[in-house]
Design a protein around this ligand. Sequence first.
Ligand SMILES: NC(=O)C1=CN([C@@H]2O[C@H](COP(=O)(O)OP(=O)(O)OC[C@H]3O[C@@H](n4cnc5c(N)ncnc54)[C@H](O)[C@@H]3O)[C@@H](O)[C@H]2O)C=CC1
Ligand SMILES: C[N+](C)(C)CCCC(=O)O
Length: 512
Amino acid sequence: CFFSRGVSPAHRIHPTAHSATGTVTIHQPLNYRAGARVHPADGGQAEEVYEPATGRVICKVLCSGEKEVDLAVQSAKAAFKIWSQMSGMERSRVLLEAARIIREQREEIATMETINNGKSIFEARVDIDISWQCLEYYAGLAGSLAGECIQLPGGSFGYTRREPLGVCVGIGAWNYPFQIACWKSAPALACGNAMVFKPSPFTPVSVVKLAEIFTEAGMPKGLFNVVQGGAATGQFLCHHPDVAKISFTGSVPTGMKIMEMAAKGIKPVTLELGGKSPLIIFSDCALENAVNGALMANFLTQGEVCCNGTRVFVERKILDVFTKEVVKRTQKIKIGDPLLEDTRMGALINRPHLDRVQGFIKQAKEQGAEVLCGGDLYVPDDPKLKNGYYMRPCVLGNCTDDMTCVKEEIFGPVMSILPFDTEEEAVERANATKFGLAGGVFTRDIQKAHRVVAALKAGMCFINNYNLSPVELPFGGYKASGFGRENGRAAIEYYSQLKTVCVEMGDVESVF
Ligand SMILES: NC(=O)C1=CN([C@@H]2O[C@H](COP(=O)(O)OP(=O)(O)OC[C@H]3O[C@@H](n4cnc5c(N)ncnc54)[C@H](O)[C@@H]3O)[C@@H](O)[C@H]2O)C=CC1
Ligand SMILES: C[N+](C)(C)CCCC(=O)O
């Protein structure tokens, strides 16, 4: 598998995955509290949930009110008392069992993710693999989470305890619904915390499956709860006095609001926000790898990826050959029914978002960019897909740094190509953005590669590849792309706190 590892071939193909587009409806409650699916106790405003591939409503999600949010937090609080007292090894075993169940149910979860999100089943399987790998990784760390012992004068000493924070809130975006929930819950639970998770109201479905799996794996009932809804529900969560931490993935404007709310309760926050990341292609690159890298950097999940390298800086010497090849390969991307095995680009999340992406392309043309391919709506032949939210992936040439398409996050399949002449110029232009989530470089010159990534003001940098997600590596942003880290050992810092204990072995020497 091309950007995940450790998947046995038996997990790859499932014979029944093909037929479900346009047929699934969901009737079960989508809130999860105290170890069971429940209808929310209050709120109750219903939002339609779509299948992007067909434009069909697959269910209605009931938004949780203040009372339901409180019940979920209280349920988490009760479970925290049990879970936080368990040893790391005991927690590890439960997380490993959850990872095993996810592997077992991989096809079912990936199919649901595809139906609700619109991404290809091929990619959804990778997302689910990254998800269980994340649980395995933090299960591995759970047993070794510890403080340190520090010798002091006269035989006295101090020690630190790494303690959980309490009830953590996770708020997710719609592009990687299951994976985001795992990236937040795995380190949180490994550290001994409880969690209340709110997915995006566009993709409420798969995270409830995760909650069921956690219970089946042996977590105390109430340890992981799901509330549903949009901004109002999110605000109840962020203001709740019993919430110890908020981890958010989403847009910059919402991230600012989350931070303001957290400030009122002195709650720590992790913010995984948007980006407009640079990918710098030098003329001494391996061209085919660089072309592959540019496609990986722009067209996964219909371009709806926060860390995408959407500003592709190409050394002028290879501009023509690189552009020609990228365009040729982009035109070959198979768009269509996301549940078909050979589809590589499915549907965008919803009609307003598709319109927004189309608006960016229109504006790019008005500002002088040239559409080298795609950018138009795509209507699949299959009649059941005719109301889906498809577009052809787009490559823009003739771009300049001041264009809106180069400055703003589009969150769709739109690549902007920008020529450059010198390394210094490329680095300076790459850094001339309010964002700092990711960046990449393609070159065969190892000194240049390391020099350039060292100069990039971005949290996640790639050399000679792009958009890989090994769970062992910390992920997160600089500047307006947020702070805090997910994945890797680093995430432990954001879901635990240190208690220092100072131990006197002698007598108290009072100054009074
Ligand atoms: N850095 C990262 O890891 C990622 C960042 N993103 C960013 O997310 C954006 C797209 O996702 P969207 O779901 O449209 O973002 P969004 O910011 O509109 O919503 C994200 C989540 O916040 C909730 N929310 C909205 N208003 C809220 C409020 N006032 N209080 C509490 N919660 C609130 C939403 O219901 C949703 O669950 C893009 O800008 C993208 O760059 C998306 C995925 C990953
Ligand atoms: C998995 N990956 C690296 C393609 C994207 C992860 C960040 C996001 O949630 O957008």
